[in-house]
Write a protein that binds this ligand. Structure first.
Ligand code: GLU
Length: 453
């Protein structure tokens, strides 16, 4: 069977086994589309059923999460943990709490996570979990009760050597604290390495909070260097204003760039003088308020816009040189990509997971824009989680600078591996192909070595 036919056959099986799961299908297709040359070169992968096995999670767990709200009413949510691949290490990946979460969402994220984690070069497998619980508008006590109920079920499936969850959308330091507290109480073990994203005061790593955003900007900077450019003096648009977006904004500022826009689900702010990072962090991270507040307090030339897309700022005088989608999946469409290309964009790095639609990616690539897929560009978060695991395992704590330097080295390694692999496979500059192939081959080789399991 030719490589192309083998891939078609795997994809048909994925469609048949997972009906209606469009985001999962999209994530699988993007990887399979990169693998034809690899399978031609390595028929042993096909003989061992590697691609078919990689597409099927090792385990999928779905559970009921009942909890009682502040009015004494019983509420019910659904919890998920998809343990995708453990050939390179314990399952590793975040938990997402958002009303849109379905099994489809967790499977697409878990699938991406396998290759992302492989790209870091660290010993971590791939997994993802979450719930359709919406932390927005809930009291701290409600979030705590939900987390305790969620962990009561999840704890029997996780462990420092088995599966190590962390944060994602809707899960930050507060949630990790409540989850860890309940795990510790149920197991009577202070097993620090069972969760990452903990606060530094009780087992977390310095620089973990900043890591995903910083890492995405370090990756983008490295891409810009390949065309003898840098962030210095460049106008940048960031979408989102959560953990990833915030620290991407800080890092761009530190590298001399000007972030002129950021967004949340209610709209976006345009600030031609550059987003005031400290103010935005105060509003979004500390007060958990809306981004409209930013323009109200910042004043000057900043403005809040409730309609349109954040990408529309590429039409403002000066255009946009770099775009960092850091909000959520499929948030940047082909229409937005066209706006960015017309506005002069040179580089796009995905801080979120799969934020650009396939049409948008194609458009960027055809226009010669440097494009970094999330599984490479946002790998800094999970990489620093693996550094947190190292600190926990050795009962040590590292300084901020030591951890941030390791993060920088890892991002450069990921960038260079993607670039080198793309060249090796005859597609120089194609980071999508490079990331998919480099991630896949590391997992595939381990699968061959471990036998049919
Ligand atoms: N949720 C993050 C990601 O998408 C981080 C996962 C982790 O730290 O385990 O990679």
């Amino acid at each position: 069977m030719t490589a192309a036919r083998a891939l078609d056959s795997v994809f048909s099986t994925v469609l048949r086994r997972n009906p209606g799961e469009s985001e999962f299908h999209q994530a699988v297709k993007e990887v399979l589309d990169s693998l034809e040359l690899v399978l031609t070169k390595h028929p042993e992968y096909t003989e061992a059923g590697v691609v078919e096995r990689i597409c099927e999670p090792e385990r999928q767990i779905i559970f009921r999460v009942p909890w009682v709200d502040d009015h004494g009413h019983v509420q019910l949510n659904r919890g998920f943990r998809v343990q995708y691949s453990s050939v390179l290490g314990p399952y590793k990946g975040g938990l997402r709490f958002h009303p849109s979460v379905r099994l489809d969402t967790i499977k697409f994220l878990g699938f991406e996570q396998i290759f992302k984690n492989a790209l870091t070069g660290l010993p971590i497998g791939g997994g993802k979990g979450g719930s359709d619980f919406d932390p927005k508008g809930k009291s701290d006590a409600e979030v705590m009760r939900f987390c305790q109920s969620f962990m009561t079920e999840l704890r029997m499936h996780i462990g420092a050597e088995t599966d190590v969850p962390a944060g994602d959308i809707g899960v930050g330091g507060r949630e990790i604290g409540y989850l860890f507290g309940q795990y510790k109480r149920l197991t009577n073990r202070y097993e620090s390495g069972v969760l990452t994203g903990k606060a530094p005061a009780w087992g977390g790593s310095l620089a973990r909070t900043e890591a995903t955003g910083y890492g995405a900007v370090i990756f983008a900077q490295r891409m810009l260097q390949t065309i003898a450019e840098s962030f210095d003096g460049k106008r940048v648009v960031v979408s989102g204003s959560g953990n990833v977006a915030l620290y991407a904004i800080e890092k761009v500022r530190d590298l001399g760039g000007l972030v002129v826009a950021a967004s949340d689900s209610g709209g976006y702010v345009y600030d031609p003088d550059g987003i005031d990072f400290a103010l935005l962090r105060q509003i979004k991270e500390v007060e958990r308020a809306r981004i409209s507040e930013y323009a109200a307090r910042r004043g000057g030339r900043s403005e809040f816009r409730a309609t349109g897309q954040v990408w529309d700022v590429a039409r403002e005088p000066g255009g946009i040189a770099v775009a960092l989608p850091c909000a959520t999946q499929n948030e940047l469409t082909d229409v937005d990509a066209a706006t960015l290309v017309a506005g002069g964009v040179r580089a796009v790095a995905e801080g979120a997971n799969m934020p650009c639609t396939p049409g948008a990616v194609r458009l960027f690539q055809e226009a010669g824009v440097l494009f970094a897929p999330g599984k490479a560009a946002n790998a800094g978060g999970v990489a620093t989680s693996a550094l947190e695991m190292q600190q926990n395992a050795s009962r040590d704590t590292w300084t901020f600078d030591h951890t941030a330097n390791r993060l920088e080295d890892i991002m450069i390694h990921v960038h260079d591996a993607c670039r080198r692999t793309a060249e090796e496979y005859g597609a120089p500059g194609n980071y999508v192909l490079g990331a998919n192939i480099a991630g896949f081959t590391r997992v595939a080789d381990a699968m061959l070595a471990l036998g049919v399991i």
